[in-house]
Write a protein of this length. Structure first.
Length: 197
């Protein structure tokens, strides 16, 4: 992990201190700094939280936002229906988006993908950046609530009489909902996919 050593020395803690914090041998932690081995996702999140940085920054992932001022948004493990986003407590990490995305007051959130219903485009563990809005165009990938359940990621197809939630994995069933029944609530559309390597 490219920035781990810099972050540790800046915080003025030793490799042994970090090994104790993570509950691993010092040699194991040293391998994290040198890149000889990669910690699991939970350890990466713990390290990012410890140093107060994003997991992307910790891993040295660069993007267009590196040279611009960024805004932190929460990454949720799940979003229950009927609860305002600011009240959801299942926050597992945070991501950074360009500040100019939010200049008009537009809100964003991030959600960790679970399962393989949207593979191969979206894989289990991926992070999707969601532009929060109450509707979407037909053919867009959106996070939706169905009949009061947790938010789910699906491709939304619309026609005059129905809304179709289409998984990208052909092993999963496409669901059709009558517009008059109104069981579908759009939380927002996917604007970016972030995948850990």
């Amino acid at each position: 992990m490219e920035n781990l050593r810099k972050l540790r020395t800046r915080k003025k803690v030793t490799q042994q201190d970090m090994a104790n914090f993570l509950g691993v041998a010092r040699s194991t932690y040293t391998q994290y700094e040198t890149g000889a081995s990669q910690p699991d996702n939970d350890t990466i999140v713990r390290l990012a939280n410890y140093f107060g940085v994003s997991t992307d920054h910790l891993l040295g992932n660069t993007s267009a936002i590196d040279n611009k001022k960024g805004v932190r948004i929460n990454v949720y493990g799940r979003v229950p229906a009927g609860i305002p986003i600011e009240a959801v407590e299942d926050i597992i990490d945070w991501e950074e988006i360009p500040e100019d995305w939010t200049k008009d007051g537009q809100e964003y959130m991030a959600l960790k993908v679970e399962g393989d219903s949207m593979s191969p485009k979206y894989l289990d563990g991926d992070i999707v950046i969601i532009k929060i809005q109450p509707d979407c165009e037909s053919g867009q990938d959106a996070v939706v609530f169905v009949n009061g359940y947790d938010a789910t990621l699906k491709r939304v197809l619309k026609n005059e009489n129905s809304v179709i939630l289409q998984p990208l994995n052909p092993e999963y069933e496409t669901k059709v909902y009558r517009s008059s029944d109104d069981p579908i609530t759009i939380l927002g559309i996917v604007v970016e996919l972030r995948r850990r390597i």
